[in-house]
Design a protein around this ligand. Structure first.
Ligand SMILES: Cc1ncc(COP(=O)(O)O)c(C=O)c1O
Length: 310
């Protein structure tokens, strides 16, 4: 990542690990949230973006003035847009009106070209994701255009390793379970890699929306948890490293996101609510003395105009 400026190298990561107190009932283990909203664009996707674009610049695959192309629900797009503009690159995001308009407008504010594929009543469906993918592939075949490949690049999972090593140090080497929802699976598996590297080997539990139980039943469906449940097998999900895969109802995810803001003072998005709901369930099962860590994927400010808070 030597091609990245010092602000990019120094401003991403080093996020707090926060103990949850109010939303965790008594008789449970401890639940800790790795609060990634303090990254520059408000999500852990900044870690992925500096890894993917930094590695491509280092390898000479792209250079100033070239165009990065990706299909994205928005958090990835905001992160790529931010890193691209600082690295002197252009960025095209293929997205949809199914995703928060704050994310779409933020990408545009960072100077990105934002192409909208229309959704059916703001539902995220496998068909919509596939249509976005096709469009991005088509655009990335243009001259001086480069597909970031958030669903294939090895630099995605590698970008999240530091998140795991940070957690290992912050939790003093004691993590019984790491759980998180999976989109690409990069954040969960990359964090697990970092923990493993640090000699901390928690059980890893992957999560998906109950409305789109592809991983647990083979059948996906429409849902409203932005960023996860993409309707196909997440490319970085290593089932052999997971001890369990669970579903969480999107209504429970939203309720928990609202409670995190109102009771803990942590304004988070829906996927974080989903993560915390499952983490509390695991903390109840494991009991006092256990330590459950989950990921605070992004900031709730991105959802102020969605049905989460509006
Ligand atoms: C808000 C949000 N939560 C969770 C995820 C899932 O992260 P990953 O793709 O690393 O599995 C994403 C991915 O886009 C996201 O945007």
């Amino acid at each position: 990542m030597s091609s990245l400026d010092s602000f990019l190298r120094n401003s991403v990561g080093g996020t707090p690990l926060v103990p949850l107190e109010k939303v965790v009932p008594s008789g449970c283990g401890d639940v800790w949230l790795k609060l990634e909203s303090s990254n520059p664009t408000g999500s852990y996707k900044d870690r992925m973006a500096i890894s993917v674009i930094g590695a491509a610049l280092d390898r000479g695959e792209i250079g100033p003035g070239d165009r990065v192309v990706e299909y994205t629900g928005g958090s990835t797009g905001m992160a790529l847009a931010f890193v691209a503009v600082r690295a002197g690159l252009k960025f095209t995001a293929v997205s949809s009106d199914a995703f928060s308009d704050v994310k779409l407008r933020s990408m545009a504010a960072y100077g990105a070209e934002v192409i909208i594929e229309p959704s059916d009543n703001r539902k995220i469906t496998p068909e919509l994701i596939e249509r976005m993918r096709q469009r991005a592939m088509q655009l990335s075949r243009k001259p001086r255009s480069w597909y970031a490949d958030q669903f294939g690049s090895p630099d995605v999972r590698a970008g999240y390793r530091p998140m795991g090593t940070e957690i290992a140090a912050q939790a003093n080497g004691r993590v019984d379970v790491l759980c998180a929802g999976v989109g690409t699976g990069g954040a969960l598996m990359g964090a697990a890699d970092g923990l493993d590297e640090a000699g901390v080997t928690p059980d890893v539990v992957a999560l998906e929306p109950a409305q789109s139980p592809l991983l647990t039943t083979g059948v996906g469906g429409p849902h409203r948890v932005e960023g996860i449940g993409v309707g196909f097998e997440p490319p970085f999900l290593d089932r052999s490293r997971c001890s369990d895969i669970r579903t969480v109802d999107e209504a429970d995810a939203m309720t928990m996101a609202r409670r995190l803001a109102a009771e803990e003072g942590l304004l988070c998005g829906v996927s974080t609510g989903l993560n915390v709901h499952a983490a509390i369930q695991l903390a109840r099962e494991r009991g006092p003395g256990s330590t459950i860590v989950t990921l605070g994927c992004d900031s709730g400010t991105k959802y102020l105009t969605t049905n989460l808070f509006a």
